[in-house]
Design a protein around this ligand. Structure first.
Ligand code: URA
Length: 254
């Protein structure tokens, strides 16, 4: 049986308060867990997946057979030196999940863990993102596709610079066109800025935007949520709005 996580607890609280109208505060223990429990480091990935992300020859990509253009774009990106991030990367970080997914997440850019593995969102923020996706009742690997504004790590975990984002955006735009998801979720201020030229994630989170006919929900970045746990409530409201598009409801707690 799956161990309940923080998002299960929120769901339960919201459900109870919906039914009874009562202010069902979480227990002290849960609040402590929700707001301060350290997020486990992501488990190391099987070698085949790292190899896939690195586009090592000979490892059959999970979804490539019917999407060769996805793999040729991956190869193109792996050779890219269009900006100053190219020469300093360990691995180009292309995407994770399923390029046929109906739900796409877009983050900022790789951090140290992603640079080391070639897979987006595998560090602490990635662990939280995985939990958020599970709480939405989606399977990260098969039902979502995860990409970033830039595919190479900005040194020192800084945000991508304008020229770096400009160099990398054509790749992301081609990825979005190939995936053609039903909904895109933007994680934080950086994708909001570079996909929509909009500033103000605090103000704009939770409000639907439109990207080429695709509904887009901006919400907080998981790294921000790790630093500001009370904001998880708002992020969960945003994710529930996304779930409603798919007709999904939080899974009942067991
Ligand atoms: N943060 C991001 O925005 N993307 C990643 O891939 C990892 C952390």
């Amino acid at each position: 049986m799956r161990k309940p996580d923080i998002f299960d607890e929120i769901i339960q609280c919201l459900k109870t308060s919906e039914k009874t109208g009562a202010d069902t505060s979480m227990s002290e223990a849960t609040l402590h867990d929700f707001y301060s429990a350290p997020v486990r480091k992501a488990a190391p990935r099987p070698q085949a997946q790292v190899a896939l992300a690195q586009n090592i020859q000979g490892v059959p990509p999970a979804y490539a057979p019917d999407l060769p253009e996805w793999e040729s774009l991956r190869t193109e990106c792996a050779a890219c030196m269009k900006c100053r991030l190219g020469p300093t990367r360990t691995n180009m970080v292309f995407a994770d999940g399923n390029p046929h997914a109906e739900l796409m997440f877009i983050g900022e850019g790789p951090g140290a863990d992603e640079d080391a593995t070639g897979v987006p969102f595998v560090g602490r923020a990635g662990e939280l993102l995985s939990r958020m996706i599970a709480a939405m009742t989606f399977d990260r690997k098969t039902e979502t596709c995860i990409a970033n504004i830039v595919k190479c790590r900005p040194p020192g975990n800084r945000n991508p610079a304008d020229d770096e984002a400009a160099a990398c955006m054509p790749y992301l735009k081609r990825q979005i066109a190939m995936v053609n998801p039903k909904v895109i979720v933007l994680l934080g201020a950086v994708p909001l800025l570079y996909l929509f030229n909009l500033k103000g994630i605090m103000r704009l989170r939770g409000r639907w935007l439109d990207y080429d006919g695709i509904p887009v929900m901006p919400t907080y970045h998981p790294a921000f949520l790790l630093r500001n746990p009370p904001a998880k409530k708002d992020a969960w409201a945003d994710l529930q709005a996304v779930m409603a598009v798919f007709g999904r409801k939080p899974a009942p707690r067991r």
